[in-house]
Design a protein around this ligand. Structure first.
Ligand code: URA
Length: 236
């Protein structure tokens, strides 16, 4: 990580102002004064400012997981089922990392995990209407008329779902694959929307949150988000 960003994370000053500390020769890395703003800091480096050691106040973790079915997203499960946190590298086990929202036990796909409560709240808050994209498999073919019902909103627990996008991606071997984009996060929403039109979802996968796509992560695999992806999420 660039030295100015590192110093800002340590609470020394803003990124821009931290550069002044560097240029003025007040910053040492592993005992040597650095004035080059392109210096990168590694986790193992010892950084001092005016002779005092500085460490990041809180460096949040942002991870994308391809959740397989058969895992729960809650940290304590009354049935003792496997938890998504068990899929992460051991180095994260001690961190206060948690899933952003939930995917059902039987649902797979894109799940974000983070230590950043503010960001998690922003993504989940209904007011922000962050679009989530799912692919649902349904037995048999599905008509435009049925999809129109989903698009216009269906009643769940006495409350109409918000307008959403729904399109048939393909129909192969008697199975329809439907892409649904919803901006709410009600309990088992996609499954219950299909239930309401008397169609059962036999497979459900989340493929995107906003512009952030699952891509080609294998089931059960996770990766740390890149800076651009984190910046994007912070603007949602
Ligand atoms: N809708 C569902 O039905 N299940 C999920 O896990 C997510 C959205």
């Amino acid at each position: 990580m660039r030295i100015n960003k590192y110093l800002a994370l340590c609470g020394v000053s803003s990124r821009r102002n931290s550069e002044v500390f560097v240029v003025e020769g007040k910053v040492k890395v592993n005992g040597r004064t650095v004035t080059d703003l392109s210096t990168d800091i590694k986790d193992t480096d010892i950084v001092t400012v005016n002779g005092e050691k500085v460490t990041p106040v809180e460096q949040h973790i942002y991870i994308m997981l391809n959740k397989p079915k058969g895992y729960v997203c809650t940290t304590s499960d009354e049935y003792g089922r496997k938890n998504v946190l068990q899929l992460l590298d051991a180095e994260y086990a001690s961190k206060r990392i948690f899933p952003v929202g939930r995917l059902d036990f039987d649902t797979e796909g894109l799940l974000l995990l983070t230590t950043d409560g503010d960001l998690a709240n922003r993504i989940m808050h209904p007011h922000n209407e962050v679009p989530k994209t799912y692919v649902a498999k349904i037995e048999g073919d599905i008509s435009e008329q049925e999809l129109n019902k989903l698009r216009g909103g269906v009643i769940l627990d006495g409350v109409k779902t918000k307008k959403c996008r729904a399109k048939l991606k393909d129909f192969t071997d008697g199975i329809s694959r439907v892409e649904v984009v919803i901006t709410e996060g009600r309990n088992r929403q996609v499954r219950r929307m299909f239930d309401s039109i008397n169609r059962e979802v036999i497979f459900l996968k989340r493929t995107a949150i906003g512009e952030l796509k699952l891509g080609n992560l294998y089931r059960g695999e996770s990766r740390v988000l890149g800076d651009k992806e984190i910046e994007y999420l912070k603007k949602l």
